[in-house]
Design a protein around this ligand. Structure first.
Ligand code: ATP
Length: 314
């Protein structure tokens, strides 16, 4: 296993400043800053075309930025010594494998390219990624999800200090997504730093420690995953037999009901949300008992679409 580079725990593992990539008039990435500390799982979250892959390719030195500065593990790009890549594992878009070779042969080759001396490296990564039943299968015969597992196995095989993964959940079934999540969380707890991209907020909300939302090449917000619940909108939704009369009752009690397209009354005031029983009592006493009363929360995807200005208008 390669020596870990001596990155002090206070030094960011990833530091990106004002990173930009323009393709003619297309501003694929437009001046983003990212700082990731050791042991974090940082998710770049964005819709298709937001600029995630372009950012990741620049972080890996695969494409040249139009502007900006990137430093990984305390070493600036470009111009860092080639041994930087011994500490980095990556998966970008469709994972490449030799189609005629088996899973095990592909991984032995990856181990040799990484100059790994441990004979266990291949067996360990096959076990970690749940690839044992497919070890002797040709890469060309794998399902999309198992091709993704093979790509992840190649990214992990040398136990790098930093993992950069573009859409690691691609093609995986729900059980596979959970397995990869647990694996990444275990690696992060051991000090591995992970930067990944995704377009699914619900997925990264369970996996990442911090989320950077990118849209049209810009970082529109960064938030700690633990702060997500506070960002999610809540509303009290009420159905009655006579919504118009019930709305008048609520209004005269100082509330501000909005009538939805499907004739529900919606309240967003603090008191209504904290004491829905008061609203129910008020309506019962006024002769308009609710047939339905519930606090609805934005699901995470609605929150994400709201952030990116793509909220459905209904
Ligand atoms: P997806 O999830 O769909 O892969 P993404 O967030 O990874 O999306 P990018 O692939 O980084 O987005 O693309 C960002 C923008 O840059 C898109 O508008 C894309 O069309 C454009 N783009 C990317 N690569 C090129 C290129 N080589 N030439 C021209 N435009 C490009």
């Amino acid at each position: 296993m390669p020596e870990r580079s001596p990155v002090s725990s206070s030094q960011p593992v990833i530091q990106v400043h004002n990173l930009a990539k323009h393709y003619g008039p297309v501003q694929a990435v437009d001046g983003i800053d990212i700082t990731v500390a050791r042991g974090e799982i940082y998710a770049l979250l964005g819709l298709n075309g937001a600029g995630k892959t372009t950012t990741i390719r620049m972080l890996l030195g695969m494409i040249k930025p139009t502007a900006g500065v990137v430093s990984l593990l305390g070493r600036p790009l470009p111009g860092s010594r080639a041994d930087l890549w011994a500490d980095v594992g990556y998966l970008v878009e469709t994972p490449a494998a030799y189609p005629e070779l088996t899973v095990a042969q592909n991984l032995h080759l990856a181990a040799r390219l990484r100059k790994l001396t441990s004979r266990d490296a291949v067996d360990t990564v096959i076990a970690d990624l749940g690839l044992a039943p497919y070890a002797r299968r040709r890469a060309s015969d794998l399902s999309l999800g198992n091709q993704q597992r093979l790509g992840l196995a190649k990214a992990f095989i040398h136990r790098p200090a930093l993992l950069i993964l573009d859409e690691p959940g691609n093609g995986l079934d729900p059980a596979g997504v959970v397995e990869i999540r647990l694996l990444l969380q275990t690696l992060a707890a051991q000090g591995t730093t992970v930067l990944l991209s995704s377009h699914i907020l619900a997925e990264v909300a369970r996996l990442a420690t911090r989320i950077g939302v990118i849209h049209d090449g810009r970082m529109i917000t960064e938030l700690a995953t633990e702060d997500l619940p506070a960002q999610v909108h809540r509303q009290l939704s009420i159905s009655t037999r006579d919504p118009r009369a019930a709305a008048a009752v609520l209004q005269s009690a100082g509330h501000h009901p909005i009538t939805s397209a499907d004739h529900r009354l919606v309240l967003t005031g603090h008191h209504a949300l904290e004491h829905p029983e008061d609203i129910a009592t008020l309506l019962v006493h006024a002769g308009h008992p609710p047939t339905h009363l519930a606090i609805d929360e934005d699901d995470l995807e609605t929150f994400f679409l709201r952030l990116t200005g793509r909220e459905a208008s209904s």
